[in-house]
Ligand binder design. Structure first.
Ligand code: AGP
Length: 626
């Protein structure tokens, strides 16, 4: 769907974009596909709502109706629900970068209008494929990565392959993450779907078959579901679903299972709350964040390398991502940056801001009033504005000279979880890009971090699968405490602050967080017998000093809960409770992993206390007032 994760205002004219989207497809025995797809797309709207489209095949011809705008607006304008035919595909888009437009809306078609495709994900090698296809005479209508799929299938159809084989061969050429659904004018009885690392589910019923990004799309029509696995295709006809392995073409057998969920539960994919669902999405959302293309990081790094002053401006969780990134900018890129909360920026630093200043603003929503007023104030003073946001088209992206999408997909829980780890992933990639630009990063350091980026999704999955019960049992033991303290050193100060924020916003407890070394300058007076102190204690350069802090707390009767590496001996021996994370995580990346147990801790404590973690009192997802 996308073509790039960043747009450079003033320098790159055309809109280019990453997206997180919903796709739907259906093959009916009777009736028209238009209203069915429209209904499915309405149910997928939470996945995206900046443009929408449908395509169907009738009398050997493909018809496409699509435009930017919310689904109801596009319906009013184009009557997409009026699309005729029994076989069709649909798409609702959520751009993580760039202005929505009619040409970039899905479905996309090939030169001869024989193939139409909808897509969710990121095709990483689209640029190279596009050049190859253009050299063969293909003409592109959009700037998306998705369109190359239609042309690639067309290319294979030209060699005499059938539709299914053409799609299969095309899929073997793609790298990245994608869920695709395609129709073909010359084989009008079927939809072909492909899955790699982006969700795709099939629904079967006596009256027709369906495919979608998520079960709620078709749950009102059927609860018989087949989950597609990575590197598999599904061929849907009105009375059959055939599963095929992409690499070998071998046919697979898998029986549908019955989904007992209500639509509401299905929206949360079976999790009791969006927050828990989003915590569990992090292996994928971090991987997507890390897909930010090097060229755009490099453009941001250029602006930063020329600046005399650099401020990282954000609020709440986004500020904590900036705090952790400050450590990475200083240790990797050897560049001093000042992290400042949005509400304080102009009062405290406005007088320093000029044309040689870069303000890197980070905001999940891109609409936080305090961050935006800092950005506007800095812009008025001539600063270059860089933006990292999860919401393309937001005010922050419109105010930014350069912006990058963090590709997390919509976050429904008020407490930021997956967007924190995604922001930090992008920020650390940016620190690496800056270090490379300044030619000061050691080869071994670079290799360690690059290998760490590759491992991050696995490390996160490992914690989610091995430590959840341990976290729950600690919550049980400590659920009656009236306060908690979170301590860390170095980059883990950010982890401690973020762990505290999660706990206090969800459990309404007056929690405390400190740099561990600072704790003896005041906080220690609070500690008494049984007071729970939570340490984020990776085995990094501050490890020997944090042992001292643990002993100081223990000596005053604190109960020590530590998050440590698998290899840890010393801190764990001093601890009353230990949560283990995988060993070998580079320091720079440790908050992205160490925050997981703290997110789970805050979640389960809130649930234990009978609070709704998705809707904490007095808080809004996007704080648009000063
Ligand atoms: C975090 O859990 C909170 N919901 C809040 O602190 C949030 O991070 C803050 O309001 C900033 O939001 P933004 O990233 O959308 O700018």
């Amino acid at each position: 769907m996308l073509i790039t994760s960043v747009r450079i205002r003033r320098r790159i004219p055309a809109g280019e974009m990453f997206q997180m989207c919903g796709i739907a497809a259906s093959v009916l025995k009777n009736g028209e596909v238009g209203p069915v797809l429209y209904d499915c797309l309405k149910r997928l709207e939470y996945r995206g709502y900046d443009s929408v489209g449908e395509a169907s095949v009738v009398d050997g011809k493909i018809t496409v109706k699509k435009d930017k705008g919310k689904i109801e607006d596009v319906e009013r304008e184009l009557r997409i629900s009026g699309l005729k035919g029994r076989v069709g595909i649909g798409h609702t888009r959520w751009a993580t970068h760039g202005a929505p437009s009619q040409e970039n809306a899905h479905p996309h078609t090939d030169c001869a209008n024989t193939v139409a495709v909808v897509h969710n994900g990121i095709i990483e090698n689209f640029m190279q494929l596009r050049q190859e296809l253009e050299a063969k005479g293909h003409r592109f209508k959009s700037r998306t990565d998705t369109e190359i799929v239609a042309h690639l299938v067309e290319e294979h159809l030209r060699t005499g392959k059938g539709f299914v084989e053409a799609v299969r061969f095309a899929a073997t050429k793609l790298t990245g993450a994608y869920a695709l659904a395609l129709i073909c004018a010359s084989e009008p009885d079927k939809v072909v779907c492909v899955r790699k690392e982006s969700p795709l589910v099939v629904g079967t019923s006596p009256t027709g078959n369906y495919c979608a990004s998520d079960i709620p799309a078709f749950l009102s029509r059927t609860n018989q579901v087949i989950l597609l696995e990575d590197d598999e295709m599904a061929v849907l006809t009105a009375d059959n679903v055939k599963l095929v392995r992409i690499d070998s073409g071998e046919e697979l057998r898998r029986e549908p299972f019955k989904v007992e969920w209500s639509v509401e539960t299905a929206l949360k994919t079976g999790f009791p709350h969006f927050m828990l669902k989003e915590i569990h999405e992090q292996p994928l959302s971090v991987r997507n964040a890390l897909r930010t293309q090097a060229i755009y990081l490099d453009l941001m790094a250029s602006a930063m390398s020329k600046a005399k002053k650099i401020f990282l401006v954000a609020c709440g969780t986004s500020h904590h991502a900036c705090l952790a990134a400050t450590y990475a900018f200083s240790n990797l890129a050897k560049v001093a940056v000042a992290p400042v909360v949005g509400s304080e920026f102009i009062d405290s630093y406005g007088a320093l801001v000029d044309q040689e200043t870069v303000v890197l603003a980070v905001s999940q929503s891109g609409e936080t009033a305090d961050t935006l007023s800092a950005v506007r104030g800095a812009k008025d003073r001539g600063a270059t504005i860089l933006g990292i946001s999860n919401t393309m088209g937001s005010t922050l992206t419109r105010l930014s000279d350069v912006y990058i999408g963090q590709n997390s997909g919509p976050e429904m829980g008020v407490a930021a979880t997956k967007t924190f780890t995604a922001q930090l992933s992008v920020l650390i990639k940016l620190a690496v890009a800056l270090a490379r630009k300044r030619d000061i990063i050691r080869k071994s350091q670079l290799e360690e971090i690059e290998a760490g980026f590759g491992q991050l999704p696995n490390w996160i999955s490992m914690i989610l699968s091995t430590q959840q019960e341990q976290v729950k049992s600690i919550v049980e033991k400590y659920s009656d405490r009236s306060s908690f303290c979170f301590l860390g050193r170095g980059i883990s100060v950010a982890t401690a602050l973020e762990g505290r924020l999660k706990l206090l916003e969800l459990s309404y407890l007056p929690a405390i967080a400190y740099p561990a070394g600072e704790s003896k300058h005041g906080f220690i007076s609070v500690v008494e017998e049984g007071y729970p102190v939570i340490f984020a204690a990776p085995k990094d350069e501050s490890y020997s000093r944090i042992i001292g802090n643990v002993m100081e707390m223990k000596a005053r009767g604190a109960r020590i809960i530590s998050i440590v590496g698998e290899e840890d001996d010393d801190v764990s021996k001093l601890s009353d409770e230990t949560i283990r994370v995988p060993s070998g995580i580079p320091t720079m990346l440790s908050p992205i992993v160490y925050i997981l147990p703290l997110q789970l801790f805050a979640y389960y404590l809130a649930v234990r206390k009978g609070y709704d973690p998705d809707f904490p009192r007095n808080l809004a997802k996007s704080v648009t007032v000063h």
